[in-house]
Design a protein around this ligand. Sequence first.
Ligand code: GLC
Length: 752
Amino acid sequence: MKKLIRIFAIALVAAVTTHAQLPLNPKVEQKIDSLIAKMTLDEKAGQLSQYSGGMDDNSPESPEKSNYEMMVKEGKVGSFLNVHGVKITHELQRIAVEESRMKIPIIFGLDVIHGYRTVFPIPLAEASSWNPDLVEHDASIAAREASADGIQWTFAPMVDIARDPRWGRIAEGSGEDPYLGSVMAAARVRGFQGENFDQPKNREAFDSATTILACAKHFAAYGAAEGGRDYNTVDISERTLREVYLPPFHAAVKAGAGTLMSSFNEIAGVPSSANRHLMTGILRNEWGFNGFVVSDWTAITELHLHGISADDAQSAALAINAGVDMDMEGSLYLKYLPMLVKEGKISESVVNEAVRRVLRMKFKLGLFDDPYRYGDSKREKAETLSAPFIAAALNAARQSIVLLKNDSNVLPLKKSIKTLAVIGPLANDAYDLLGPWRGLGDSSNVVTALQGIKKAVSQKTKIIYARGCDILGNSKAGFNDALAAAKKSDAVILVVGESAAMSGEASSRSSLDLPGVQEELVKAISETGKPVVLVLMNGRPLSISWEAEHVPAIVESWFLGVQTGNALADVLFGNYNPSGKLPVTFPRTVGQVPIYYDHKNTGRPANDTVKYTSRYIDLPSTPLFPFGYGLSYTKFEYSGLRLNAEKIFPTDSISVSVDVKNAGARDGEEVAQLYIRDEYGSVTRPVEELKGFKKIFLKKGETKTVSFLLTPESLSMLNINMKKVVEPGVFKVFAGTNSVDVKEASFEVVAK
Ligand code: GLC
């Protein structure tokens, strides 16, 4: 009878929580119940503990390895990160499921951010493609390669909105906009986890071990660090938190993300890893998330340094009570949770709930059915870096390139060009172009810019290569060779930018200029009077004001991964018509930061001709290149912007259409963008908000009508009482090729 009641109770829970992000599977919940009932407090604390093993199949026997094996046997390890390889993951798994008392499998995680061995463009670059299908596909390839090597969980997608390019981690996300960021977040979750992760109604696990658990990070508002300085204080309003920084996380959760990672930063005085409002109030109670939260690396231990806990024990208590389920590398949960429960300082039910969530994801991964289902040497050999994966990397790299300038059609260059100089510290670089967080990417798999260019030009073309200078440092010893090469050439491709180490974690820069003496190299080469094509390789917007004024052609290539050289050559010589658009604003100088397109109007909107307005007196108020900007080798014309109504009720949707014509001489892809402006509200609203985009292909001379639907969701905002509503009033609609060159229309929302 008791069992019957229990099953009924679980079914009821499942029914009640069907609004939950991932429908619960009653059979699984029942199995978890019986596991928890048998576990000791120490074993529960062990399930909530993750360690960075730093081992692979080639790691020799060592005291550290033996210690980890012992910890697994003693039930002290719920998860490893940075352990990969079929042999070692299966060996550690064997110890867990055969030698430990509870026989609970381990979950192996790793930062698979933009590829595993087939390294794709960095996320900021892929966001420049404005192509969620491409992003999803690339993530699915990364999942296939990682899972073949024994990995079951990635600490990605990084979905932090970033409005300050000084922040090194802007490279890892999808830029400054909540809508674009949300679309990309959901695409990456689907790619990593597979489409049907959130439909596990009649099955307990993934259909195949070729997908991996996603982890939306860093929850939350990590990108709002003051000064763009990593780990720094975040002090934003609840409204800004909810309208700017949370939407991509909510999109990831709605897409079925199995885990989230708590961020290092505080928000208005409360560090995320101790923030119950965030981890439980919003994430679980409002969004119905029923996966688990892992802390960032020792983020729980750092609560003491934040000054919110007196000691490690209190840090552990704060974090577990907030809703952080797993302690990455901190060892605090293992050390203190049993004691805290015994002393009555935390309730065992809180620990049980955290264990439940972790075990739930291990069931979803199918690890209880078959702990060895991940890690397949045969598949790894057949698939890794295979031709289809390399082709996908080339496709992604091409679509990630943004054409910023092309005066007098310097580009595309002719393949029959007689003499071509290829200059710059990144021109033949095979390392930095893999970017930060490169997984197991290796320079030996890279096509450099120079290699790609050499393959693309005709047999008769003479290529002269010169490094010119280093990325950093002030030596100009290489300038003479570079100048000599330029003077002998018919055109120059100058490849400059940042090192991979200048982006990613703990890599904030106080300047956005080209590092070292690179700008002087650009100036010296420009003075030769030769046509110069500037290629940028970088992980953040750069304040290239001089270059934007004096260099005729500029290509933003970010860090494009293994197919860099082939993708660049395809664009530079016209095999591919560039279609990328900026996911982040380029400032004229670092002094303009923060500068982003969806800003407020203020009471004195910037006007460079009127003194008493919100502006700097020493430079124009506009950015160097705006959000959504990107040129093509052809020309797209917008006309006929039309709405299907002039007035609607707050519960209505409204359809928007615009005609886009390819008025140039080449076929090409265009990202048609749709923005709105809520003219007046109970609170101030941004001057523009991206609410839709479509990437279309147009043959030369072809016209297509692009249609969007603005729904109540699109038009809603948090009103003065923090309620999500559509307020009556006038809405402007903008459609165009970027956030500035737009056609305008308007409609009115009228109260019912
Ligand atoms: C790092 C990063 C996080 C990463 C984790 C594991 O500190 O902040 O993004 O996933 O540690 O490597």
